[in-house]
Ligand binder design. Structure first.
Ligand SMILES: CC(C)(COP(=O)(O)OP(=O)(O)OC[C@H]1O[C@@H](n2cnc3c(N)ncnc32)[C@H](O)[C@@H]1OP(=O)(O)O)[C@@H](O)C(=O)NCCC(=O)NCCS
Length: 169
């Protein structure tokens, strides 16, 4: 498993992933209808890369570094870290989000990818701890977070339907 920046050379397996995950809520951007031409895909990749450093983001968006998770040379998923929290992110979204393609699940990739992005975050971003949130019933994601030192923050329990975890860097 390696984390790489979004790169058009993974087009074939990225399209396969889009096909596999079509219509799944957590993967809203992977809609094959949107990937109608090579240029649309290139724009998608460039947008992800721009998000890391852009100073002209749409309102309420923050800088975010995205990595693609590559396994056996194929796009297996993505993981990203937001450089700071807004009020909405502090409640619902958190700093780090990830998704693994169904066919690559249950082989430890998310656990490893989170470990790697935590290293990157500690070395490259001005953060001392990161927030991750999951749905209350997302056991796999909760395990991924706990395996990486997550500590549950129950301060918003009963007010929101997310579970929130902090990881110290
Ligand atoms: C959550 C998700 C990223 C986990 O990815 P993954 O690569 O399969 O996770 P791992 O292989 O590292 O598994 C982590 C743990 O969850 C367990 N697990 C994985 N899938 C599971 C499932 N469907 N049911 C029960 N346990 C599961 C693994 O056995 C492992 O447990 P362990 O730590 O006790 O060994 C993946 O299921 C996914 O992409 N889901 C949809 C998007 C999503 O929920 N993203 C996270 C939003 S917070």
């Amino acid at each position: 498993m390696e984390l790489v920046r979004p790169n058009i050379k993974f087009k074939k397996s990225f399209y396969e992933a889009a096909e596999e995950m079509q219509g799944q809520e957590s993967e809203g951007h992977l809609v094959t209808d949107e990937l109608t031409s090579e240029q649309v895909f290139i724009d998608h990749v460039n947008r992800k890369l721009d998000f890391e450093t852009s100073t002209t983001l749409p309102e309420k968006y923050v800088n975010e570094t995205t990595f693609w998770i590559i396994e056996d040379g194929e796009y297996a998923g993505r993981i990203s870290v937001r450089h700071r929290l807004t009020e909405a992110l502090e409640t619902y979204g958190g700093h780090i989000g990830y998704v693994i393609r169904p066919k690559f699940r249950k082989r430890g990739l998310a656990t490893k990818a989170l470990k790697e992005i935590l290293k990157y975050t500690k070395e490259s971003l001005d953060l001392e701890k990161v927030l991750l949130t999951t749905d209350e019933d997302n056991i796999p994601s909760q395990k991924v977070i706990l395996s990486n030192g997550g500590v549950r923050d129950k301060s918003l329990d009963g007010k929101i339907d997310k579970w929130r975890y902090w990881i110290e860097l």
